[in-house]
Unconditional design. Structure first.
Length: 315
């Protein structure tokens, strides 16, 4: 017979998307959004010291080692084949495509534009999660909130960076590859987040997929013809490699646990906060000011998220 604690936990959970949804797991998943908010700023500091491709390869190598030490993966025979192959490819493709798209961006303005394309993944996740929820008119119900929140993300991130939308269109027309990589990477991540909980049968592959990303990034780095920096990076740069690796790897560990055992719909809605928090954290780390468009965009993100929460909370 189950003890009283397990009975209370079962009563507090509900079955959805093929797994028992735990409020505690959802809270762990939300921690990923907090950790990821420091990603952009710390990656920028590492890139300044090592270069974009070498910095990314070092970050994911250290992150992979940390995960293997503190969160060792299950034996390979426990992984469902579909999750191991398809889920692993989606994970590696997303991480590699984002790194490559930012590296291919020709200017700082293009890098901001590529980041905005990447930040479509929360909207894609919300729409996909609604689509697989089997609720009537689910997509139509979350669409207004998704539009408002997506507009807020564009305003918060683009407005704070002084984004010129006319110039962005010209950049996309002149060099579409980095934007296409960012778009399909965002799509791959949304598919991974929404569908792998059913494929995985409760087995988390984050600690296994992360080193695979590191291998892919080393291949990209050396294929690009870039070697090591001409001068030894500073101690601060090396420290930020470890800090950034811990932030990113810890975020993925929390996210992996959250999507496998928590509420995918709640996490999808909360993920709208990722680019807003990331912009705010980067401003603090890099000594930048937060403009009025950022705050207006943040309010729109909050409004869109509340709209979607109210829709999904309705039985």
């Amino acid at each position: 017979m189950a003890n009283d604690g397990s009975k209370r936990e079962s009563a507090a959970a509900n079955l959805a998307g093929g797994h028992v949804v735990s409020a505690r797991a959802t809270a762990v998943g939300l921690m990923a959004i907090v950790l990821w908010s420091f990603m952009a700023g710390t990656v920028r500091i590492v890139s300044d010291g090592f270069g974009a491709t070498l910095g990314s390869a070092l970050i994911y190598t250290v992150g992979g080692v940390l995960l293997l030490i503190f969160r060792r993966p299950a034996p390979l025979k426990q992984f469902p084949r579909k999750y191991l192959i398809v889920g692993g490819l989606l994970f590696v493709f997303y991480e590699s495509s984002i790194s490559l798209s930012l590296g291919l961006a020709s200017t700082d303005a293009s890098a901001v534009e590529v980041s905005l394309v990447n930040y479509l993944w929360p909207t894609m996740m919300v729409l996909l999660a609604a689509g697989v929820s089997h609720r009537r008119h689910a997509i139509a119900r979350v669409l207004p909130g998704a539009v408002v929140a997506t507009a807020g993300v564009a305003l918060a991130v683009g407005g704070n960076s002084g984004l010129d939308w006319n110039a962005a269109v010209a950049h996309i027309a002149a060099d579409p590859l980095p934007y296409a990589l960012a778009f399909f990477g965002a799509l791959a991540w949304s598919v991974y987040a929404v569908f792998t909980p059913a494929w995985s049968q409760g087995v988390d592959g984050t600690s296994l997929f992360f080193p695979c990303v590191a291998v892919a990034l080393w291949i990209i780095h050396f294929a690009s013809g870039q070697g090591w920096p001409a001068q030894m990076p500073s101690l601060e740069s090396w420290v930020f490699v470890v800090v950034c690796a811990a932030v990113i790897a810890g975020g993925y560990a929390c996210w992996g646990y959250g999507i496998l055992h928590g509420s995918m719909e709640r996490l999808a809605i909360a993920s709208y906060a990722t680019p807003v928090l990331s912009t705010a954290a980067s401003a603090v780390l890099l000594g930048l000011a937060l403009s009025l468009p950022f705050w207006v965009g943040a309010l729109l993100v909050a409004a869109g998220s509340v709209l979607n929460y109210l829709v999904t909370a309705r039985k």
